[in-house]
Design a protein around this ligand. Structure first.
Ligand code: AMP
Ligand code: GLY
Length: 447
């Protein structure tokens, strides 16, 4: 099958490898020269991924039958609607259905309207004065979110990034003055717990779960610093996480399922991978965000252990025929992103990185190229994450060790990595943090 892939990041390289493994003929469109995607493609073209007309013309030119769209920006630009119109099947949501991600307000209102579990307190504003007045009048700590897309970097949490009500007010002004996200602001109640990702494949009606993953959005070790697109992630061989019980997984999966059926009821059918980000609290999983695509880096964890045929899954998502169970290996995975110096604040691009692909293979790990470029045989950093290294093994410890051994084969003075991801200490901290919150809750309810 001739598959058009859109996007040039680590998530897309992982998707391309999964398609290539099952014999798909790949035609790639991306805005950067990702050498991993180029290697697996029959043809490729460097195009801005949101230029719908140009991408469609390329799809026609290569005779694409099916499209896989990685990032959210082309979904918001209506790429899947236009591809479908010209007869290319799309394993991705329409512009309207992608609002589950592209409008944080659409998402919260849908959950509210359909009484779906896991919502948090929120209020939305189209001007800074009302937003600031609201914050002055409430007791709880808040999270300030631009309503529209910000590449994962627009959310600020009180107590972490905003240290006083004055900081909150200042950030509200900044969002409006700089038009961050371009669609107003949402103020959410801050919930405490441990975060995890439940992704699923969806054909409009049926959904098939993927293994749980924990991403790490803060830029620096020990989960501090600005929010990023995600610095790395791990998954476990039982497809749960060390702090998530089966009953919590089921609760989160049911929320994803309820969202899909609510969209159906509202005549806004959702097809494609869907992503639920949850905070596990003593009162069960609470919804942090939904994405209309695979998570990045989470896609690198799950697609690396996907046993079923990915091209077939994409075809089935696009045609409403996802009726077979999707299988994953019972393996643990640890993914660490190599990012450019300054990532999270002021990334430095155009710096050379040296990668020994054979060394990484010998270390028993997988390399996914991301936001890099090739220039006269040199590999250069872009402004986003450069490459992901994934260790796969029977345990998280072993997967982490493989990942670290492989990282020795990536060299540059202008990169950094969160080495703590997937390590015992950090995981233990997460488990203990949740236990402490549950204990506090029990003490409160018995007193
Ligand atoms: P988002 O881009 O919405 O996923 O937010 C980025 C990060 O901010 C999340 O991964 C959480 O760590 C944090 N966050 C977002 N919403 C909330 C919330 N309501 N309560 C606590 N933390 C949150
Ligand atoms: N890993 C978070 C995201 O893909 O938005």
């Amino acid at each position: 099958m001739r598959v058009l892939t859109i996007g040039g990041g680590g998530r897309e390289h992982a998707a391309v490898e999964a398609l290539y493994r099952c014999g798909a003929e790949i035609y790639a469109v991306m805005k950067n020269m990702n050498p991993g995607i180029i290697k697996r493609s029959k043809k490729y073209k460097i195009i801005e991924e949101t230029k719908v007309g140009e991408v469609c013309a390329y799809a026609k030119n290569v005779g694409a039958e099916l499209a896989y769209i990685g990032p959210e920006a082309p979904l918001e630009a209506g790429l899947s609607d236009s591809l479908e119109k010209m007869g290319v099947l799309c394993a991705a949501p329409t512009k309207a259905a992608a609002r589950i991600e592209t409008s944080k307000l659409f998402m919260r209102e849908l959950i509210n309207k359909h009484n779906i579990a896991g919502n948090v307190g929120y209020a939305s504003f189209d001007n800074p004065e009302d937003a600031k007045r609201y914050v002055d009048g409430i007791e709880c700590e808040v999270v300030v979110k631009p309503v529209g897309l910000t590449g994962g970097k627009g959310v600020k949490v009180q107590g972490e990034h905003l240290h006083s009500v004055r900081d909150v007010s200042r950030y509200i002004d900044e969002v409006f003055n700089a038009s961050i996200g371009k669609a107003g602001i949402i103020i959410e109640e801050k919930v405490s717990g441990e975060e995890f990702t439940q992704m699923a494949f969806c054909d409009g009606k049926h959904i098939e779960p993927m293994p749980l993953v924990q991403d790490h959005k803060r830029a620096y070790e020990n989960d501090i610093g600005p929010n990023t697109g995600g610095m790395g992630s791990y998954s476990d061989s039982d497809h749960l996480l060390p702090f998530v019980k089966e009953s919590d997984r089921v609760a989160a999966f049911n929320i994803v399922r309820d969202v899909v059926s609510a969209m159906n009821k509202d005549s806004c059918q959702y097809c494609g991978p869907i992503y639920g980000q949850f905070m596990l609290t003593p009162n069960g999983p609470k919804i942090i965000e939904f994405n209309a695509r695979f998570g990045d880096p989470e896609a690198m964890n799950v697609l690396s252990i996907l046993e079923s045929d990915f091209a077939d899954i994409c075809y089935r998502m696009a045609t409403g025929t996802l009726t077979k169970a999707v299988k994953f290996e019972r393996k643990a995975s640890v993914c660490k992103y190599v990012v450019p110096e300054g990532y999270g604040t002021k990334p430095v691009s155009g710096k050379e990185i040296f990668v020994d692909e054979e060394g990484i293979k010998r270390a028993n790990a997988t390399l996914y190229y991301a936001n890099v470029n090739q220039d006269n045989g040199r590999l250069l950093t872009g402004t986003s994450r450069s490459l992901g290294i994934v260790g796969i093994a029977d345990t998280i410890d072993m997967a982490e060790e493989n990942c670290e051994n492989a990282l020795k084969f990536v060299r540059s003075k202008h990169i950094f990595v969160r080495h703590d991801i997937g390590r015992r200490n950090l995981i233990r901290n997460h488990v203990e943090h949740l236990q402490k919150l549950c204990l506090g809750q029990n003490e409160k309810s018995s007193s």
